[in-house]
Ligand binder design. Sequence first.
Ligand SMILES: *[C@@H]1O[C@H](CO)[C@@H](O)[C@H](O)[C@H]1NC(C)=O
Ligand SMILES: *[C@@H]1O[C@H](CO)[C@@H](O)[C@H](O)[C@H]1NC(C)=O
Ligand SMILES: *[C@@H]1O[C@H](CO)[C@@H](O)[C@H](O)[C@H]1NC(C)=O
Ligand SMILES: *[C@@H]1O[C@H](CO)[C@@H](O)[C@H](O)[C@H]1NC(C)=O
Length: 835
Amino acid sequence: MAQKKTMAGEKRARKIQEESQGKGVHRKPVKLHKVDTRDHDDSVFLSRKVIAQLSFIAVLVGIAAFSVYDVHRQSRVITRLSSPTVITQNASSSPARFWGTYRPQAYFGLKTRSPQSPVVGLMWFTQFKSAEEFAIRHWCEQGDRLPRYGWLAHDGVNFGVQEIVDEDYILKTSFVKRTGGSHGGDWTARIVAEPHYRNRRTPEGEPPPKPATVSLLFYIALDNSGWLKPNIESGILTSVEGYTDALGQFMLKFPTNSRNHEVLYNYYLSSTEGLHVLKGAVMRGLKMAPYKKRKQYVALGGNDPRGSAEPNFIVHQVTVPLPHVMEVTYTSGDGGGGSGEREDREPLLGRTYDDELRQHRDEFDERFERVFRLREKGYDAEHVDFAKAALGNLVGGIGFFYGSSLVQSLANAAPVPYWAAPLYTAVPSRSFFPRGFLWDEGFHNLLVSQWDIDVTKDVLGHWLDLMNADGWIPREQILGPEARSKVPDEFVVQRDTNANPPTLFLPLRYLLDRDDERDYEYLRRVYPRLQAWYGWFNVTQRGDAPGAYRWRGRNATTTHELNPKTLTSGIDDAPRASHPTDDERHVDLRCWMALASGVMADVAEAIGEPAAVYRAEYAYLTDNEALDALHWSDEHAAYCDYGLHTDAVKLKRPRAPPAQPGAPPPPRPDLQRSVAQEPRLQFVNSFGYTSLFPFLLQIVRPDSPKLERVLASVRNESLLWTRYGLRSLAKTAPLYMKRNTEHDPPYWRGSIWININFLAVRALNFYANSDGPYRDTAKEMYTELRRNLVENVFREYQLTGYVWEHYNDETGKGEGSHPFTGWSALIVLIMADSY
Ligand SMILES: *[C@@H]1O[C@H](CO)[C@@H](O)[C@H](O)[C@H]1NC(C)=O
Ligand SMILES: *[C@@H]1O[C@H](CO)[C@@H](O)[C@H](O)[C@H]1NC(C)=O
Ligand SMILES: *[C@@H]1O[C@H](CO)[C@@H](O)[C@H](O)[C@H]1NC(C)=O
Ligand SMILES: *[C@@H]1O[C@H](CO)[C@@H](O)[C@H](O)[C@H]1NC(C)=O
């Protein structure tokens, strides 16, 4: 994962820019003698004035020439790769997946896979709260402190079932689709709200507490396109008609029951400036209204006070004491829902909805068992439900984003917008990281591909289509106003010097290994892009020594970081050489390149392209002698990074300047890095995930004595082994659980991360099944590690309601952002024993 910050300061970029501009002008000397002077044949000596004029013109020509060159250089970063895109994005290219819950950051919301899609969604709040307690739920926020929420089942196409546990009630949100027509078909959303006295035990004989009165707000909003027309009957909003180019005409209906006096209906017609400020618009529209003559409740006041001649945001509010069931139906104007069969079919409501939902759910359960075989492996119902929820929230958290990144190359003085593009991708965390991250996505799709290979092909295609002419893909994708509003400005800009592990090769390997149904056409489509991507790594991430690789983007002049971070590597603060220089070699990157080379060779071979150059690279990068020569340290008995390094670094607080009499005391200065010993070129003493890559990516030969050493250190409880999984940094490492700055707590310096543990279980499984002297050791460790991980992640889920970003190495407790059903959902594959 990543704190996801971007390095390569703007200042440095600007400096380089100025320098190269200077050079550029000099490099284009203007040839004065070529200026035609025939008209002045009689005057051999040109007057000074003429010379001055000519020089001036020459300089202008030079500047113009440079400007063309410079504009070219500046726009290079935002120039698309010329190969055809993998995805042809339109409704008919995948009608079944056109509508979906593609707004992972909303507790419950749907949109289509099209630019400027309308969105629908849910907000809710509890009535009769004090002003301090009043809170509207809308986007997944850890600050809401919900005891539990997430998709319990979701197939990525037809349906989803979610539970959201609030203080003393529970919302069960589900949707069912009927695909058909050429605009993605129809769907119904249902919200069942029930009392849920999780925190209250009623003593014997006392009446149960009164159920809460809750307002459910279901809205539709447009994104700069189309129109909406509300239908209001006797003061109640009953439906909304609408139109967009991608959807054609449609109808959203709110079945209401005006005879039930327990239920109050309100509505709101508003005009919003953007999808990221919907909640603010609702807040503006709320006022106090009489409730059963005695009380007051919070209600939407019909029309936006700012005027709403042509509303693009319409909200339907239902206020009711629980329990209550709310249904909303969407029908496409083109006959949708079963291509012309709609006349014959019952509306997707009530019993009919129950039936269709049950049918989808049964199919989901049956397919889940067919794919993962957890019951067959002896897991009980709780474990199976947990695994379904982990998969469900990963698949249900897949989003569709549209917009442009902000990027910067060394040629740009300031960030420039990338081209606007769609991205269909899973997200690491619906609450904390609801957007696309390049290296996370490779891990996500190890699981997604086993569930639905078409989704994976679609996701990988979208990512590869984000590649520029150099073969670079920005690693964090913050597209569109909803996504942008969740990220602080300083982290938005993506720099084209920076890589991220090419994990997309992991699911690509899975696509290749399905010999029976390999999609050759797909492989042919992605291949030119893979070549460009590989080539970009091969050229830009090389180290100085032959066969060495080096992550870019570390700060060599840092004064506050204990160890300059390597955000590009994905494992942000995993310790590296204390003093970044060009001499560094990073063992994990070399191993990623070995993986990439092997997959490239196999893809090339599969589609009849020349594979020899990749094959040779793979042979070289997996050659154990070559690897050992660059990265094996006898002293540390481990694979290591190499670079200019010292262990003698500390954070120290400089003495504050003396206080001036009468003035307030000066602020405490920040901790600063202090280096007690000159760094020297050496292997970096820091046993942890980085050291494991030759093992994790199965590059160490099964008969290598180095494997024995690696296994022994992995199994050692003073180093990486815990009852809950492998910790990221050995307890004996100098920076174990150390803060990087006083504002930067340890992240990959001890905690247990599931993505790397997945690779470890997978590698142990590989070595347990390969001939070699360490086979039995690997087998034992495999069994134990697998059990430890599954038991702990499951136990924490039962206890806390969530799957977590990482786990405490001392207690096993889930920590960091949650729910984190990005790569932590790989626990499903570990349970399934499927690698
Ligand atoms: C939409 O996608 C389909 C399938 O890829 C393609 O045949 C069709 O031409 C596309 N339509 C448009 C308008 O791009
Ligand atoms: C590196 O760190 C120094 C000192 O903390 C800071 O001033 C500088 O902006 C950083 N450089 C980059 C490229 O982030
Ligand atoms: C990678 O770069 C090296 C050195 O520049 C080159 O020799 C090699 O052919 C490249 N490999 C591939 C597969 O492009
Ligand atoms: C485990 O590692 C520690 C620290 O390096 C070492 O002292 C100890 O001997 C190791 N234990 C085993 C069983 O190898």
